[in-house]
Structures are given as structure tokens and as C-alpha cells.
Design a protein around this ligand. Sequence first.
Ligand SMILES: NC(=O)c1ccc[n+]([C@@H]2O[C@H](COP(=O)([O-])OP(=O)(O)OC[C@H]3O[C@@H](n4cnc5c(N)ncnc54)[C@H](O)[C@@H]3O)[C@@H](O)[C@H]2O)c1
Length: 337
Amino acid sequence: MIKIGIIGAGRIGKVHGEGVTYGVKNAVVTAIADPYLKEEITEWATGLGIKACYKDYRNILEDPEIDAVMICSSTDTHADISIEAIRAGKHVFCEKPISQDLNKIKEVMEELKKSNVKFQVGFNRRFDHNFQAVKNAVEVGKVGDIHLIRITARDPQAPPIEYVKSSGGMFLDMTIHDFDMACFLSGSQVTEVYAAGAALVNPDIAGVGDIDTAVITMKMANGALAVIDNSRQAVYGYDQRAEVFGSKGQIAVGNDALSTAILSTADGVTGEKPLYFFLERYMQSFSREVSEFTDAIEKDAEVPVDIEAGLQPILIAVAAKKSLDENRPVKISEIIF
Ligand SMILES: NC(=O)c1ccc[n+]([C@@H]2O[C@H](COP(=O)([O-])OP(=O)(O)OC[C@H]3O[C@@H](n4cnc5c(N)ncnc54)[C@H](O)[C@@H]3O)[C@@H](O)[C@H]2O)c1
């Protein structure tokens, strides 16, 4: 059994605590750490059988029984905690993004080179059953040469303004998953990005220098074109769709719902709304990504999303922000790393 310590017991820390406990066969969470350790968190941890709750994550790093850490704390802490964890000889699963600061990512990479630990980045959508079906079909050539990729990702509700302020902006916080998906589905890299954005959901978001609505067009290294559309607020729920179109055809996935029941009456035809948000929609993918991480540790194999793969969407996000600010297409090669 691989023993895991979770650092950060907020939204995603709890998702992973439950995902590992109920969905990962060869791992167990033995400790969590969060500086704002409230009674509600310790009760939640006890309910899952997690033995130790700390305020300081260093207690986890100092525990020789713990094999791996999952870094689920606020984004600005990821890189420094990653470096400390690697130095402590722990395998690291780091939530996205690795950092908003490219120099910090370099430091993590340097530290990794000196060690033998595994390092996986939390791009969970790669492990979603829908997106994997698209990827598999594309990989075996069912759609032929890829010409177009379309990704729609809209959240049900904009985050609080305090979150927006420290999120690094919508491209680094939210669209980053879609940038990763464009690379994953196409098996290629983004070479150029052109972004348009606006704050149409909440003007306060513009007040802190961010956007909540965007359309991003991209050129891929394999010649394909890709387009992402984002909104921080879709009133009908979490809207997560993708399409890959090519010389032999097209493959597309829609939203998951609680049921596929359709009600038809004299007033019209209605179905279920999409599952509400990422907790509901992607729970299975969170367990699957960690299962692959712990399998890689057990078998001493490659992790499925390594630090290089985790870096690409960050570079694209930085280029997209530059494109938005300068109102022009930006090549990824313009971003100095
Ligand atoms: N993969 C995904 O789909 C996904 C979804 C949500 C969040 N995330 C990422 O996970 C991270 C956390 O997001 P969240 O929504 O859970 O935020 P959150 O604010 O709900 O939780 C963050 C937690 O980290 C704790 N924390 C802060 N500094 C810490 C430290 N030094 N040591 C230990 N804990 C510390 C905070 O007290 C808080 O409880 C972000 O980087 C976010 O981008 C990823």
C-alpha cells in the first residue's frame, strides 16, 4: 500500500481524499495538512480513516512512512512545496498549475533532475471516460488527419472575487485544462494562440484585471486549427464538450447528466441539465489519475502527465494572456522559458 499525505484540505484536497479512499486500490491517505485546520476538516478526515491532521505540511514531509504527497494547496504554494517534497524523497502529485511563475517551474525541474521521485501534474480531464474515448478514436486514425478541434468549457458559476484575484487569471486557472485537452486530443503541441476576452458575467472581474468570457483560436504543430470557448457562468450547469474533426470524419462528446431521460409533452421536449460542476462531472477521473500515479510508483514506470506535459498548458496560457493584452496572435516560441 502506498501511503499518501495530502497537503491542502480545501475543495480539491477533499476531492482527492475521497477519490483515493474510495477509488484507488493500492493507496491510502494517512495524513492531511492545512494551516486553517478547522473542526469540520478533522471530522471529515476522521470519517475517511485518515489518521493524522496537521497544520504544518512539514509534518507530512518528515514522516518516513509516507511515500507520496498530493499538493492541493493554493497555487502560489505548489512550486515551493514541490521542491521541499522532492528533497524529502517523496513522490509528488501536484495539482495544476505547477506555478504561475515560469522561473519557479524551472527550479522544480532542476530539483527533479537530481532525484528519483515521480512527479505528476493534475490534468484530470485526460482520465475522463468521454475524453479518453475521443483520444482513443483519434489515435487509431478513425477521424483521419486532424483538421479542427473545438472545445467548449463553461463553468456553472463564477468564483468569488477573492479567488479570482489570486487565481493567476482565467487562462491559467480555468482554460489551462482546455489547453491541455487540445494537446492531449491532437497528440500535438500548440504553436500559436490568438485570444479575445471580456468580462460579461461580473464587472468586478474586470475590476481585478481579469476576464470571464473568452474565445481562443490556436494553430497546432500538426497543422490542425483549434478553438476554445469559455465562460465562467453557464446558467444551465457545467458545459464540457469537445469535437475532433478530420479527413475521415468527426468524433464529439457532449455533457454527462444524471440520467438520459427525455420528457416529451405538449409544451415541448426536455432533458436533464449537465452535471453541476467538476466535483460531480469528473469524480471518476480524479480517482483514475491518482490510480495511474500510484501504479507508476509501484511499477517504477513513467507517470502519465509528467512535468513537461504540465508545463505546456502554462506556456500556452501565458501566450494567450499576451495575445489578449496586445490584441495580436502570439507564438508560443515568444514565451521565454
Ligand atoms: N484539477 C482540477 O480540476 C482542480 C479543481 C480545483 C482546484 N484545482 C487546483 O487545486 C488548488 C487548490 O484549489 P481549491 O479550489 O481546492 O482551493 P481552496 O481554496 O478550496 O483550498 C486550498 C487549501 O489550501 C490550503 N493551504 C494554503 N496554503 C497551504 C499550505 N502552505 N499548506 C497546506 N495547505 C495550505 C488552504 O488553507 C485551503 O484550505 C489550486 O491550485 C487549483 O488550481 C484543481
